[in-house]
Design a protein around this ligand. Structure first.
Ligand code: EPZ
Length: 423
C-alpha cells in the first residue's frame, strides 16, 4: 500500500522549528569515512532514506556502522572493507553512491561501481568525475554499465573541471587525500557542502585548503585519524520552510539555520515583500500580504540561486502577484511537477529550460503525484495555500531529503498528515 500526504490548505504558518543537518553534506562525509581505519562518530544525522541507504552500502561493503536514531548519532569504523565494488542495486538508487569512487581509490587504489541513480531530473552524467580522475593517472575502463578504476599508477597533479560539478569536486578531492604530493582542483564547486567535506577530512588530519573557492589544493597525507563531526545545517530544508512561510503569509523562525548559505533566496523573499531577520544561528521570516512575483529566477552554481530550491520557488510564484520567469540552468528536466501544479489551477508555460508563471490569487486542491524530491516538496507547499484538500502521492521521494516533513509543517500550524492511499 502506498502512502499519500493529505494537506488542507488555508493555514498560515507560525512558530519555530529546528533545521536538520544537510543531506548533501552527510552523504559525501559518509563516503569520506572510508579514508580512515579509525572510528568516526557523526552527530545530528537525520533519519532520511538517502542517508540510510548510504550507510547500508557501507555496511554491505564490510564497514562497521552503528546508528542511534534517537540520539541521531552514527559510529562508522572502516577497519577493512570486504570489497571495493559498490553494490549495484543500492548504487542505482542514490546518486551519492558515486562519491565512494574517490575514497575507495584513495584507500585501496581501485574501485568498481555501476552508474549511479538519483532523482530523475536529467541525464546526471559522471564524465567530469572520470576525466578528473584520469587526469591524475587513474586507469578507468567501462563495460556492461560498470566502471572499473585502477589507481596503482595514480599521481598528484592539476585537474580543471569544465563545469563546477559538486560531485566531481567531492570525488576528486577525496581521491587525493592520501595521495603523495599536491593536487589542485581548478574551477571547483563552491557549495557549503564542499567546505563541510573538507573541514570533516581536515578534522581527521587531512590537508585541504581553498574549499569554498574555485581552486582547492589537497596535500596528500600518510593516513587519517578518527574523530567526531557534526555536519552543517541543510540550506535546502531552510529554504523550503522559508518559502512555505512566505507562501502562507505567516511568521516563522528557523533555528540551526545559516543565513550565509541561503543569501540568494533571502534577497528574493525580501523583494517579494517578506520581512527577513537573521543572526548567527537562526533566520526569521514574516509577511502578511500576497507576495510579489520575482521577475526572474535563474538557477546557478553556488553562490547563485540553488537549483534545489527552484521547484519550491516556482510554487511560490504560482500564487504571487505578477509574472515570473524561472530558468533551470543546471538540470534538463527539473519541471516535472509543473503538470501537477496546473491541476491545482496554476498558470505556467514551460519552454525548454524556462517556465513562465502568471501568479493567480488562489489555487485549488487536487490529487497530484510527486516525481522527484524537490518537486514533491513543492507540491506540498502548493497544497498549504490551495483552497480545499490536496493529496500528494509518491511521498517516498520527499522522504529522501526531508525528515518528518508533515510533522514539522504541522508543528507550524499546517493541516497536513500522511495516510495510506485507498487501493
Ligand atoms: C549535487 O548533485 C546534489 N546532490 C544535487 O542535489 C544538486 O542539485 C547538485 O549537486 C547541484 O547543486 C548531492 O549532493 C547528493 P553536479 P551532483 O555534479 O553532484 C552536470 C537534491 O535535490 N554534470 O553539480 O550530481 C550535471 O548533469 C539533489 O538534494 C556533468 O555534466 O550535481 C548537471 O547538469 C538533486 N558531468 C550539473 O553538472 C558530470 O560528471 C550539476 O551537476 C557531473 C555533473
Amino acid at each position: 500500500m502506498q502512502d499519500v500526504i493529505v494537506v488542507e490548505g488555508g493555514k498560515s504558518l507560525f512558530g519555530e522549528i529546528t533545521v536538520d543537518t544537510a543531506k548533501n553534506a552527510v552523504l559525501p562525509i559518509i563516503a569520506g569515512c572510508i579514508l580512515t581505519k579509525k572510528e568516526v562518530v557523526l552527530k545530528n544525522i537525520p533519519n532520511i532514506s538517502d542517508i540510510n541507504k548510504m550507510f547500508e552500502i557501507l555496511s554491505l561493503m564490510g564497514a562497521d556502522v552503528k546508528r542511534d536514531l534517537r540520539l541521531k548519532t552514527a559510529s562508522v569504523k572502516v577497519e577493512e572493507l570486504t570489497t571495493v565494488e559498490i553494490p549495484s542495486g543500492l548504487a542505482k538508487e542514490i546518486r551519492s553512491s558515486i562519491f565512494m569512487l574517490g575514497s575507495l581509490i584513495a584507500r585501496y587504489k581501485k574501485a568498481r561501481v555501476t552508474y549511479p541513480g538519483g532523482c530523475d531530473i536529467g541525464s546526471r552524467p559522471i564524465d567530469l568525475h572520470l576525466s578528473g580522475l584520469r587526469d591524475l593517472g587513474v586507469k578507468i575502463t567501462e563495460d556492461y554499465g560498470y566502471i572499473e578504476c585502477d589507481a596503482t599508477a595514480m599521481h598528484s597533479g592539476v585537474v580543471h573541471l569544465d563545469f563546477p560539478s559538486v560531485g566531481a569536486t567531492e570525488n576528486i578531492m577525496m581521491s587525493a587525500v592520501l595521495l603523495e604530493g599536491q593536487t589542485t582542483i581548478m574551477n571547483s564547486a563552491k557549495e557549503p557542502e564542499i567546505i563541510d567535506l573538507a573541514s570533516f577530512i581536515n578534522s581527521l588530519g587531512g590537508k585541504i585548503r581553498g574549499a569554498g573557492t574555485s581552486t582547492i589544493v589537497i596535500e596528500g597525507v600518510e593516513s587519517l585519524s578518527g574523530g567526531e563531526y557534526t555536519p552543517i545545517p541543510d540550506r535546502i530544508i531552510t529554504g523550503t520552510y522559508l518559502i512555505a512561510g512566505c507562501m502562507t503569509q505567516g511568521s516563522i523562525k528557523l533555528n540551526n539555520a545559516r543565513y550565509q548559505d541561503v543569501y540568494a533566496l533571502l534577497n528574493k523573499l525580501r523583494n517579494a515583500g517578506a520581512k527577513i531577520d537573521y543572526d548567527q544561528k537562526s533566520i526569521s521570516i514574516s509577511i502578511n500580504k500576497r507576495p510579489l512575483a520575482s521577475a526572474s529566477i535563474d538557477t546557478q552554481p553556488f553562490p547563485g540561486f540553488p537549483t534545489d530550491l527552484q521547484a519550491q520557488m516556482l510554487a511560490l510564484q504560482t500564487i504571487s502577484e505578477g509574472i515570473s520567469i524561472v530558468t533551470e540552468n543546471l538540470f534538463e528536466t527539473r519541471f516535472k511537477q509543473v503538470p501537477e501544479l496546473l491541476k491545482m489551477g496554476a498558470k505556467i508555460t514551460v519552454k525548454d529550460r524556462m517556465a513562465i508563471v502568471k501568479g493567480v490569487s488562489s489555487l485549488h486542491g487536487a490529487e497530484v503525484v510527486s516525481y522527484d524530491l524537490r518537486g514533491g516538496a513543492s507540491l506540498v507547499l502548493a497544497g498549504l495555500v490551495a483552497d480545499g484538500v490536496t493529496k500528494v502521492f509518491n511521498p517516498h521521494f520527499i522522504d529522501r531529503g526531508y525528515e518528518d516533513f508533515e510533522q514539522k509543517l504541522s508543528m507550524l500550524g499546517a493541516s497536513v498528515r500522511r495516510e495510506q492511499a485507498k487501493p
